[in-house]
Design a protein around this ligand. Structure first.
Ligand SMILES: Nc1nc2c(ncn2[C@@H]2O[C@H](COP(=O)(O)OP(=O)(O)O)[C@@H](OP(=O)(O)OP(=O)(O)O)[C@H]2O)c(=O)[nH]1
Ligand SMILES: [Mn+2]
Length: 203
């Protein structure tokens, strides 16, 4: 029987050339695909709130894509955290499970971006504004890309049951979360500011 590894092979991969030649899974690509697969399995029964009922997994994949394609991020742990960022908040995933597979760095980023769903919604939303400002660099990047994706999604179509006023209030709240993270990434902040400006939200 194969012995259990004491350290996950998917955490912060630093693959050597010989690892790559041997087809080892410690490559960056392998580590990212492991996170995509983990998130897809965890979110498999969930849909977005849009009338089309888009598969939920489109959101974390899109958040990771914003970081890599628009913000210029290539750090594998940060991209994995983006892919996994809603697994604990919205599925039965435990932080310990994330740590076992992806390591402590990814676990900590996800802890930082996970709301405590047992708190009343107003308190949760207030705490996001407070916590975002004191988060690590990786967690702030994930938060900024998360907000950018969700605001673009709101411009694309209104979630079922949301009034136009609720959409506008989400933009105003998101701007407060973003304001606490200024100076993190020029490209993300410029894209977010453009959206706030189009909605007439003061920044
Ligand atoms: N714009 C949009 N959002 C949708 C849709 N479907 C699901 N969501 C999710 O809804 C959340 C925002 O809705 P709210 O009512 O404010 O929050 P709640 O679900 O946490 O109570 C976001 O969670 P989150 O990613 O955890 O971010 P956050 O807003 O909690 O920071 C977003 O991903 C959709 O079709 N459009
Ligand atoms: Mn999210």
């Amino acid at each position: 029987m194969q012995r259990m590894r004491s350290r996950s092979i998917y955490q912060s991969p630093r693959a050597t050339n010989s690892d790559r030649k041997e087809g080892s899974m410690t490559s960056d690509v392998g580590a990212l695909l492991e996170a995509v697969d983990f998130a897809a399995r965890k979110h498999k029964r969930q849909r977005r709130k849009d009338p089309e009922k888009t598969p939920y997994i489109n959101h974390p994949i899109g958040v990771a894509r914003i970081l890599s394609h628009e913000a210029g991020i290539s750090d594998v742990a940060i991209l994995q955290a983006a892919l996994l960022h809603d697994t604990v908040e919205d599925t039965d995933t435990q932080f310990s499970e994330i740590e076992d597979v992806f390591g402590t760095e990814v676990r900590h980023m996800i802890e930082e971006v996970t709301d405590n769903k047992s708190l009343p919604k107003e308190e949760r939303k207030r705490l996001q504004i407070e916590h975002a400002a004191h988060s690590s660099y990786g967690a702030r990047l994930v938060k900024l890309a998360d907000k950018l994706y969700n605001l673009r999604d709101l411009n694309r179509c209104r979630p079922e049951g949301w009034t136009e006023q609720r959409v506008q209030e989400y933009f105003i709240w998101a701007s407060k979360v973003v304001n606490g993270m200024r100076g993190t990434n020029t490209m993300l902040e410029a894209s977010l500011d453009q959206l706030f400006c189009e909605r007439g939200v003061e920044i």
